[in-house]
Design a protein around this ligand. Structure first.
Ligand code: G6P
Length: 613
């Protein structure tokens, strides 16, 4: 959601900015723009739609010089249009700003600025920022940092900002409050960016800006300040991901590549957190061993796909531990009057570590004395910095908007954490632990097996992709997988899909069942009772002539007579089967989307990282 890039150095900024914007495309956007400052002259180019259109404009009419700032916009205030695209300038056209976030009091600021003679052209909240800075500059025309800091103290909300000022042609200013922004540290050149993958090909060192910090970048220097104007010492960190990790590596899309990376990612997590096949080695020191023993309640918080990982986490923690577990959406928990106390462990799950609602919920829980463990994929992200302890999912950059490898890595992280916590609390016998670990070790190979069936899954997708809707059913551990399977389908194929607890089917969705409705039933072999219940649901769908697509355990002949199509998967304990079963549903959604001709890596209207509420 909105991407920011900025460059100051000896090269022309335009190609560097365009390259950075390309790398930020995955975050989701509907228009793009850039500004280049060349010897005090500001040139701005903006285009609605795909970045290729901005690239074409820039190729026809290139701008030379540096520094430059660029932006991919995901519309919040005002429709996608050139006038609403960033960069925005002050009325005099001397200050150019790119912004990610929302200025909540923009209407009152705008009214005040209009009374001061400033003229607004767009419908955006962002446009108040350059004008507010211009207003503050009236006090002292030379002190830009002072004006910026005073302006920001008047703005309420979230922002990551990149700013150019025509009177200081060798500088980029930046600021952050609640939206992600990093500084890339180069040799004779420096960058600002929304995330590391945007500049991964250019730098090996970064500074993660903290909330309430401002920066001034020149080609050979970076200075950091707090909002009071006091200078801070930058904490420069080494980048831990490699440039190749953010490439398609020969796959037709990032999503397909990421689906195929899952066996490696999960194997890596398993090896990292198990000392050998017999023992678990999850580092819980960030939470404290005594605290872990005393936890009386767990509240899992997350959004989107990560929320479904949380639903899985709840089931597993409940299975392995004698503990109360709840799961809640970030956007709900932040406004609930839930009782949160120091005995409640918050587990925040997030691929990006930048999801505004998840972070807001975490901050609220921290204010009530809770400790926070995050399951996160991005080192240095806002969530990681808010947490007492972190279990990294180590999935590498996930570029496809629809989450795949980050999701299965979150499930594996939950499995490892639950085993580690149960062990520490003395709630897990040696025998049960080795049984669980032996099952978990099967996961990467089993996923390979599902991947090897992709042609069969493609044929099933080809048969069913054209209907208006699809229903996904699962029970217990595979109920979150039914929800996630349906979400994957809607996200990338735009076919309406609904995930349901199979036991709830009779309370509504059964009315939809007809020969036209594909019903994806996850009926892998679990304990006998649950399998039988699921099979009854399958029969109920069959009796109403629904088009059954079953995800079933290899060798299960009983399903054959009922389901028109079957995706066979290898047998594994029910509690770990979601990591395998979901891969079948990822592929099903993928090939449906392909058949429907959508833009799989960048589905319409979606953003990879939802940094506003
Ligand atoms: C967006 C993404 C989803 C993701 C969700 C939560 O909606 O498109 O793929 O699951 O945000 O993001 P997070 O980074 O917190 O996991």
């Amino acid at each position: 959601m909105c991407g920011i890039i900025g460059y100051v150095g000896n090269e022309d900024a335009q190609p560097v900015i365009l390259d950075g914007l390309k790398r930020l495309e995955y975050r989701g956007y509907d228009s793009a723009g850039l500004a280049v400052l060349s010897g005090g002259t500001l040139t701005i180019r903006k285009r609605v739609g795909r970045l290729s259109s901005l690239e074409q404009t820039c190729a026809e009419n290139p701008v030379q010089g540096s520094p430059g700032i660029g932006h991919t916009r995901w519309a919040t205030h005002g429709e996608p249009s050139e006038v609403n695209s960033h960069p925005h300038t002050d009325t005099a056209g001397e200050i150019a700003v790119v912004h990610n976030g929302i200025i909540e009091n923009y209407l009152e600021l705008r009214e005040m600025l209009e009374k001061e003679g400033f003229v607004f052209r767009s419908q955006t909240d962002t446009e108040v920022i350059p004008n507010l800075i211009a207003l503050e500059l009236r006090r002292d025309q030379k002190d830009f940092m002072g004006a910026l800091s005073r302006a920001l103290q008047r703005a309420r909300g979230a922002y990551a900002l990149g700013i150019l000022w025509t009177r200081e042609p060798g500088r980029i200013y930046a600021a952050r409050q609640g939206s992600p922004l990093i500084i890339g540290v180069g040799e004779g050149e420096n960058f600002i960016a929304s995330d590391v993958p945007a500049i991964i090909n250019r730098v090996t060192r970064v500074i993660y800006l903290n909330d309430g910090e401002m920066a001034c970048l020149e080609a050979d220097g970076i200075r950091l300040f707090n909002l009071k104007g006091e200078e801070l010492k930058p904490d420069i960190q080494k980048v831990t991901i490699h440039a190749e990790a953010a490439s398609k590596a020969g796959f037709e899309t990032f999503m397909l590549k990421e689906i195929h990376e899952q066996p490696r990612v999960l194997h890596g997590l398993l090896s990292k957190h198990t000392s050998d096949r017999q023992d678990i080695a999850v580092d819980l020191s960030g939470l404290g061993r005594d605290y872990c023993r005393a936890i009386n309640r767990v509240m899992i918080v997350s959004c989107g796909t990560a929320y479904y990982a949380g639903c899985y986490g709840r089931l597993l923690l409940e299975l392995l531990l004698d503990i109360n577990v709840e799961v809640e959406l970030g956007s709900e928990l932040r406004y609930r009057r839930a009782k949160l106390d120091p005995g409640t462990l918050i587990i925040a799950v997030s691929q990006s570590g930048e999801t505004a609602d998840t972070i807001a919920a975490v901050k609220k829980a921290k204010a009530s004395g809770c400790r926070v463990l995050s399951i996160c994929n991005v080192p240095g992200s806002s969530l990681v910095r808010e947490s007492h302890a972190v279990l990294f999912t180590d999935a590498g950059p996930e570029i496809g908007v629809a989450s795949t490898k980050a999701f299965t890595a979150q499930l594996m992280a939950f499995a490892l954490f639950s085993l580690g916590l149960a062990r520490l609390r003395g709630e897990l016998s040696d025998e049960k632990l080795s049984r669980c670990l032996a099952e978990l070790q099967k996961v990467p190979t089993h996923i390979h097996y599902v991947l090897s069936r992709k042609d069969a899954i493609r044929q099933i997708a080809d048969k069913h992709h054209d209907g208006p809707s699809a229903l996904y059913l699962g029970r217990r551990f595979n109920y979150p997988i039914a929800l996630e399977g349906a979400l994957k389908n809607k996200e990338i194929s735009y076919q309406h899909a609904e995930g349901y607890a199979a036991g709830e089917m009779k309370h509504g969705p059964i009315a939809l069942i007809s020969e036209y409705l594909p019903v994806v039933c996850i009926c892998t072999k679990t304990d006998d009772e649950l399998y039988e219940k699921m099979m009854s649901n399958v029969r109920e769908v069959d009796a109403r002539h629904g088009r059954i697509i079953a995800v079933a355990t290899d060798g299960d002949e009983a399903v054959r007579g009922l389901a028109g199509d079957i995706i066979y998967v290898p047998e594994i304990a029910e509690e770990f089967s979601p990591m395998v079963n979901v891969v079948a549903l990822q592929l099903l959604a993928y090939y449906s989307a392909q058949a429907r001709g959508t833009d799989i890596d960048k589905p319409r209207n979606l953003a990879k990282s939802v940094t506003v509420e």
